[in-house]
Every structure is written in C-alpha cells, then in structure tokens.
Design a protein around this ligand. Sequence first.
Ligand SMILES: *Cc1c(COP(=O)(O)O)cnc(C)c1O
Length: 409
Amino acid sequence: MTEQPRKPRATSSKSLPDRAGYFGDFGGRYVPETLTAALDEFDAAYRKMRRDREFRHELDRILAEFVGRPTPLTEAPRFAELCGRFRLFLKREDLNHTGAHKINNAVGQALVARNMGKKRIIAETGAGQHGVATATACALLGLQCVVYMGEVDMARQELNVFRMRLLGAEVVPVSSGSRTLKDAINEAIRDWVTNVRTTHYILGSVLGPHPYPMVVRDFQSVIGREALVQLRKRVGKTPDVAIACVGGGSNAIGLFYEMLKHESIRMIGVEAGGRGPKLGDHAARFSGGMPGVLHGTHSMVLQDEFGQISETHSISAGLDYPSVGPEHAYLQQVGRIEYHDCSDELALEAFHRLSEKEGIIPALESSHALGWLMRNGNDIATGSVVVANLSGRGDKDVPQIAALEQRHT
Ligand SMILES: *Cc1c(COP(=O)(O)O)cnc(C)c1O
C-alpha cells in the first residue's frame, strides 16, 4: 500500500486520527510497551474488517435483528414548549436493546474480537451499563466475559451486577484505591497485559489509547447517520442544532460525526456541571480542566495544580469521569463544537419534565442535554430544528431518584 500525500487539515475530523492516533494535539497512545503489539494488532484487524463486506453485513444484521436499529426519531413538542420556539426531535437510543447507545459499540468490538480469534473478553464498568452491554454482546457471540468493577460501585449498582451474572459474565470486585471506576480500569489493564494473546479489552467510550477513540466513534456514528436520513424525510433538511451529553463522549460523537461536514449545523456537547464550579464538584473538563494524560490518552483532564487527577461529582454516574475523549478536545480547540455544562439540579428538572410532558423517562445523563435546552433554548431561532440524543432510558435511575425525593419530603 502506498502512503497518500498529506492533505491540508480541515476542521472536519473526517481524516482523523492520523497514523499515530492523534486528533491535532490530542489522543495518541500512552501505554506500557507490552500493550503496543496488541493495540497494533487490533488496529490492523479493525481497519481490514471495516472494509470487509461480510463483516459489515453481519454487523448490520445484528444491529437490526438484535439491537433494534434503526432507532426512532420522536418529536417532543410539549417539552420543546418549555424550552423555546424551536422544533425538538429526540434520537431514541433509549430504545436500543439494554436501554442505551453503549450496545452499538459493544457488539461491534465483540464481533471484531471474535473474528480475530480472541475467545475471552474483558471490560471495566462504573455504573454497570457498559458491563451489561458487553456481557450481552458476549452472550450473543459465545465469548467468555470478565468484567472488573470497583467494590463501591458493585454495592451501588447491585442490580447491574446481577444482570451481568445472569448473562453469564464473571464480575470481579476491585478492592484497590477508591474502589470505583478508575481502579477497575487499572485492574482491567493489568489483566490485559497478562492475557493479551487470548483476550480483547472492550473499552466503553471514545477514550483510551489509539485505536479505541476511532473504533468506538465509528461504531457509534450509526446514530447520526440514521438521524440525518430520518430528518431529511421528516423536515426535508439537516438540523440547525445537534446536542448531546458528554461523559467520555461516545454518544455525542456518535450523533455529531456524520454531521461535522455540514458547516451549518451548530453542535453542542453538554458536560456534568454537578454541584458547582469548584474542582471536585463537577465533571466539566472543558471549563475546569487542563491538557494531561489519563488512561492512555492525551486530552482535557480535571487535575489540581500539581497534576493530581481530581475527584469528580455528577448526579449521573455515566458523566462522572475526569477526562474526555481526545477528539472532543480537538473539536473544541478548533471551534467546531461548543461545550457547556448543566448542573445536577437542572438535569433533574429536565428528567421530570420530559417524563411528564412526553411519556419518556430519560437517563440522567441524557437529561443534561435537555436541561441545557430548558435553560438556554430561548436563544435558539424560532422554527429551528433541533436534534437531541436521548442516549439512554431512565429506568436505571428510578431508584436513585426515588431515594432523593424521599430525602426531600
Ligand atoms: C455511559 C452513558 C453515557 C456517557 O457516556 P458517553 O461515552 O459520553 O456517551 C451517556 N448516556 C448514557 C445513557 C450512558 O449509559
């Protein structure tokens, strides 16, 4: 194969990451040397498969027959009235099998792993959503599945632990450090270093060393591809605004990726504003973070003045992470996507309003995008078409909300 001559870099990241896995200044691969060969192997296998007709057919068949794609696009006029004078369409990732967008990536990576001859899958999970999606994909494809989870998270998310076990996965409690997500990630990496010949590590968001941010983005980009087709049918044009919540950033880049080339589309990512702007009280990496390296990638990271990774807080577990996908860091830097945040309180308000007004209980993560619209929607031009990614359903959050309301009454 011959190298293509380098074209000047457009603000669209269609041609990114580069060979070394960089999106401008961000991304790359900061890992122990023992993993370099495995990441190269995964990169090569993935690039080959994504051009392979048979692979794409099988993935499309699974997405249609098992995941339930295409997901509907639902107009939400009664909720939109609370926000402003625009038309609001929800991309219903909450209607996917297992209740969120994470399954799009889990089945994609599991299929690549199986075709690579890997029989064992490992993953880490915080709230349990990615663990459940991975365990589901492994059951479907007959792969062994081991999920690392901090002991604190296991206690908080008992139901998801039970779900994973029902699906045939082994859930390994992690008792080191703060016994939460970042400790589970460390354990999963340790396992991978030891068992790299037989094992593939399924990462759950557009994070980690190259090629993960690219692979996860590609598998999630089906969201925006479908939304553009659905909007063309419904309103005869591309949307004026696209908005999504940003944890690691996979559901957001999934919605945005195919829209980047349409310069007229305003794109908004919403992070967790938590309790307020003090370090430790939120997970707003763009307003509160600095460039740094965490879990194998260079991106915007919440850290103190000495470079210590800071604690984070969010009402929604899925947004509660100190770093963000490197492609988002790049798209923010070049000014293609705006990033704002939404507080716990406002997200909670949106959670209730969407439930009452539209009969859809949204995930607390997705509620952040809706909360931002409630607060700022008056600035969006009358008659605009807005598409918001409803990344997941709120059933998983109902016990937490119930406990919260009980405390307040
Ligand atoms: C995990 C999760 C998120 C956050 O992850 P991203 O990679 O930022 O998409 C958002 N919404 C739901 C429903 C989730 O489960």
